[in-house]
Design a protein around this ligand. Structure first.
Ligand code: SAH
Ligand code: SF4
Ligand code: F3S
Length: 489
């Protein structure tokens, strides 16, 4: 914990404006003789992960220490996602299991936050069935986290307010979870209203962060020695469209500005909406080497009829043309996608159209989802005559086809040398390391012997080598991973 000039603990200053929380922390320390610990459980997309890093930053600044389970957390936050029913169900499952840890109100501090908290239906359920929760926070209230905790402690019932929301999260501490990749939100919200999607309702209208703020954050990232940034937005291609004075400030321009920060060796971005992927952006992706040779380009459906019903604002032909242009501009570029199966009224012919686009593009990877009706979205009110079993069959067919494509794409790399940005030990096998290629393929690889703690035991790498660029020779391929060995210099 940092100390200020007077020798007081830093958290004391951060908590000065919140006397009740400050008192709670003091009492905790008096009893336990250590600082209280926080645990944040995050569901959903990387934008939620980025938000959780800010929440963690605010809490660490206030003197809380991180921990990694509900059982050991004195302050627990669950950051929720509404995008499909299973994310919501899992959240309520977790909340149910928290009952056993909650104790009497005020002993542990429990907050629920994220996209689900913007919806009355979920807040009411929490208020009715999970009364041990102290406070509810919307995604646009993150900068008020400490003040909401304070009110949660003061109020007997669950605290929730519509106030204290901000359009942007600026000048807040961030506790980055990875040494190799920094998540940087460049915009918030979404204006597209795809007919199946809840995000525009949970995250509000599109707001682009200012260039100055984004670049300043990335300079900090560079100064911390993090070599990769992931620029985040629900539709990064629309960045800058809401600026009054647009000049040349669009996403392609922003990418070139970020690439001037040379110690950032990899620039990733997601998500790209096909309707806003301009020729200028394609040219930029082709020209600037630091930009990853990978684009995540959600297709959703290959049928023009369904794309129109989804309000996606592009046709299959336009999608295929963008893919061709991208591959011409940047040979070797990998393309990943999202596809929804079982959208209301999807007929066999529509599904075959999706398969056809998959066969033409041959995506390097794809996230496939069964359509999940979201209350409040237009599509949730449309009649869906398709049998669940048929949808399940289509889904399995699609997964199988994609697995075939992914494996073929990965097999092409056998025998090649690639540069891997190390993410640490492999989650499945702690004796090997794991990381990603520039085009976003996951590689598990054997480090050289000199990097092991004890060459004779041949087991554990001396360090995780997180954040290091490591040359790897690819020896085998699986559907979702490549296998390889570190190359001796
Ligand atoms: N803004 C991004 C990501 C949105 S959510 C984009 O436009 O691509 C991530 C993915 O979840 C979407 O691409 C979509 O494939 C899927 N998704 C969104 N709403 C869904 C729903 N109601 N049912 C099933 N999948 C959904
Ligand atoms: Fe949802 Fe569409 Fe916006 Fe993506 S672009 S967040 S799918 S509404
Ligand atoms: Fe989920 Fe909200 Fe992200 S609904 S996908 S956490 S924007």
């Amino acid at each position: 914990m940092s100390q200020n000039m007077k020798g007081e603990s830093h958290y004391t200053t951060a908590l000065d404006a919140y006397p009740v929380l400050k008192d709670w922390v003091s009492q905790y320390r008096a009893v336990n003789a250590v600082q209280p610990k926080y645990y944040i459980r995050t569901f959903g997309c990387q934008q939620n992960e980025a938000d959780s890093e800010i929440m963690a930053g605010i809490l660490e600044d206030a003197g809380f220490l991180p921990t990694d389970s509900y059982a050991t957390g004195d302050l627990i936050l669950i950051n929720t996602c509404s995008v499909r029913a299973n994310a919501e169900d899992r959240f309520f499952g977790h909340l149910g299991s928290l009952k056993q840890f909650a104790g009497e109100k005020g002993r542990r501090i429990i907050g629920t936050c994220g996209c689900m908290m913007t919806q009355d239906i979920h807040r009411s359920r929490i208020e009715q069935s999970f009364r041990f929760v102290d406070f509810i926070m919307r995604p646009d209230q993150i900068s008020s986290l400490l003040s909401l905790i304070e009110d949660g402690l003061i109020h007997k019932s669950i605290y929730y307010t519509e106030d204290r929301s901000t359009k942007f999260h600026e000048n807040l501490p961030i506790s980055r979870q990875r040494k190799y990749r920094a998540l940087v939100s460049i915009m918030y919200g979404c204006n597209n209203y795809c007919s199946y999607c809840i995000v525009p309702y949970t995250r509000g209208r599109e707001r682009s962060r200012k260039t100055k703020d984004i670049l300043q954050e990335i300079m900090h990232v560079a100064a911390e020695g993090i070599p990769e940034v992931l620029l985040l937005g629900q539709n990064v291609n629309a960045w800058g469209k809401d600026f009054a004075d647009q000049k040349q400030q669009n996403f392609a321009w922003l990418l070139s500005k970020v690439s001037e920060i040379k110690s950032i060796r990899r620039i990733r971005f997601m998500t790209s909406h096909p309707k806003d992927l301009s020729d200028q952006l394609i040219e930029t992706i082709g020209r600037i080497e630091q930009i990853e040779p990978h684009v995540h380009l959600p297709l959703q459906s290959g049928s023009n009829r369904i794309l129109t019903k989804m309000n996606r604002q592009y046709s299959r032909e336009q999608y295929l043309e963008i893919v061709n242009k991208l591959r011409e501009a940047r040979p070797g570029l990998s393309i990943s996608t999202d596809i929804i199966v079982g959208f209301p009224g999807e007929e066999l012919a529509d599904f075959i159209d999706t398969i056809d686009v998959m066969d033409r593009v041959r995506f390097d990877s794809a996230f496939t989802f069964i359509y999940s009706p979201r209350i409040g979205t237009p599509a949730s009110e449309w009649y869906n005559p398709i049998d669940r079993e048929v949808i399940q069959e289509r889904f399995e067919h699609l997964v199988e086809l994609q697995n075939e494509h992914s494996l073929t794409a990965n097999m092409k790399l056998i025998g090649h040398n690639v540069e891997v940005l190390c993410e640490g030990r492999s989650s499945g096998d702690k004796t090997i390391l794991s990381g990603r290629t520039a085009d976003n393929r996951l590689v598990n690889f054997i480090p050289q012997d000199k990097n092991r703690t004890d060459a004779s035991s041949n087991i554990i790498p001396a360090t995780d080598r997180e954040g290091e660029f490591i040359p790897v020779h690819i020896t085998a391929a699986k559907t979702f991973t490549l296998l390889g060995e570190e190359i001796c210099p």
